[in-house]
Design a protein around this ligand. Structure first.
Ligand code: SAH
Length: 248
C-alpha cells in the first residue's frame, strides 16, 4: 500500500508537505494554546513535522497515520531526532475511515481531505475521534482570486473551479456545518514557493541519480514545466490555510 510514486519522488526532501513554512506551523501550535499532554490525531501526517515539533515545543502526545511508507519512515526518524519518540506514534496505513480508540483533544487533517471525500466528510470523520469540546484542524486550499476560466483552475492542478471556495465562502461553509471557526493561520506566496520550488531541486537531483528509471520522462516533463506553471497559476490564484473548528 502506498501513494502514487510521483509524490514519493518529488516530495522526498520535504519535511512539510503543504505551503506552510516551519514558522507558520509553529504559529499554529502557539495560537492553539496547546498544553502538555494534549492528545492529537493527525490523518495524512506526511513526514510528521507537525506532531514532532508540537511534541517538542508543547509536550503534546499523539498519533499520525499516512499512506506513504517513505514519509512515515521519515516521520519516525524525525521523532527520534527531536527526542519525542515516546510521545508520538506514526502508523503506515490508509486513514480512510480511521477513528481512534480513545478520544483526542485535537483531530487534524492538513492537506489530505480527499481521504474522506472532501472537507465535509473529513470533518465528520475527525469528529468521531474528538472529545466533546475538542478542536478540529482542517488544512485546505481556497481561491485567493477566482480563476477566470476552467483552464486557469487546471493550471492550479484543480479539476475545476468548483473544487475550492473563496476564503469567506470556505469560512461560511464551516459555520453552516455548525462549527465555530476559532482560529486560522494562512499560508502566503512565500510558503507556496517553499512547497513547490523545493520539488524542483529534488526532481533535478533525482533525474541525475536515476536517468534510466521508467519515471524519468515524467519527472523531466514536470521539472521543465513546473516553475512556469507555479508562477502563472498556483502562486497567484491559490491560497491555503489551516482552520481550527469547534462544534457549536
Ligand atoms: N499533513 C502532512 C501531509 C500533507 S500531504 C503535512 O502537512 O505535511 C498529503 C498526505 O496525505 C501525504 O503525506 C500522503 O502520503 C497522505 N495520504 C494520501 N492518501 C492517504 C490515505 N488514504 N491515508 C493516509 N494518508 C494519505
Amino acid at each position: 500500500m502506498d501513494i502514487p510514486r510521483i509524490f514519493n519522488i518529488t516530495e522526498s526532501a520535504h519535511r512539510i508537505h503543504n505551503p506552510f513554512t516551519p514558522e507558520k506551523l509553529a504559529t499554529l501550535g502557539a495560537v492553539l494554546r496547546l498544553e502538555t499532554g494534549t492528545r492529537v490525531l493527525d490523518l495524512g501526517s506526511g513526514s510528521g513535522e507537525m506532531l514532532c515539533t508540537w511534541a517538542r515545543d508543547h509536550g503534546v502526545i499523539g498519533t499520525g497515520i499516512d499512506m506513504s511508507q517513505l514519509f512515515t519512515e521519515q516521520a519516525k526518524r524525525r521523532a527520534e531526532e527531536l527526542g519525542v519518540a515516546d510521545q508520538v506514534k506514526f502508523i503506515h496505513g490508509d486513514a480512510t475511515g480511521y477513528v481512534s480508540d480513545d478520544k483526542v483533544d485535537v483531530a487534524a487533517c492538513l492537506g489530505a481531505t480527499w481521504i474522506a471525500g472532501g472537507v465535509i466528510g473529513t470533518i465528520e470523520l475527525l469528529a468521531r475521534s474528538l472529545r466533546t469540546g475538542g478542536i478540529i484542524l482542517i488544512g485546505e486550499p481556497y481561491w485567493r482570486q477566482l480563476p477566470p476560466t476552467e483552464d486557469v483552475a487546471k493550471g492550479c492542478l484543480a479539476n475545476s473551479i468548483s473544487d475550492f471556495l473563496m476564503l469567506p465562502e470556505l469560512l461560511a461553509s464551516f459555520d453552516e456545518l455548525g462549527y465555530d471557526v476559532v482560529e486560522m493561520v494562512l499560508a502566503d506566496q512565500e510558503g507556496w514557493d517553499r512547497y513547490e520550488a523545493a520539488k524542483w531541486l529534488t526532481m533535478r537531483r533525482w533525474l541525475e541519480a536515476n536517468p534510466e528509471d521508467d519515471f524519468a520522462k515524467e519527472v523531466r516533463a514536470q521539472l521543465t514545466t513546473a516553475p512556469k506553471r507555479h508562477a502563472a497559476y498556483t502562486r497567484e490564484y491559490l491560497g491555503w490555510g489551516v482552520f481550527a473548528l469547534m462544534a457549536r
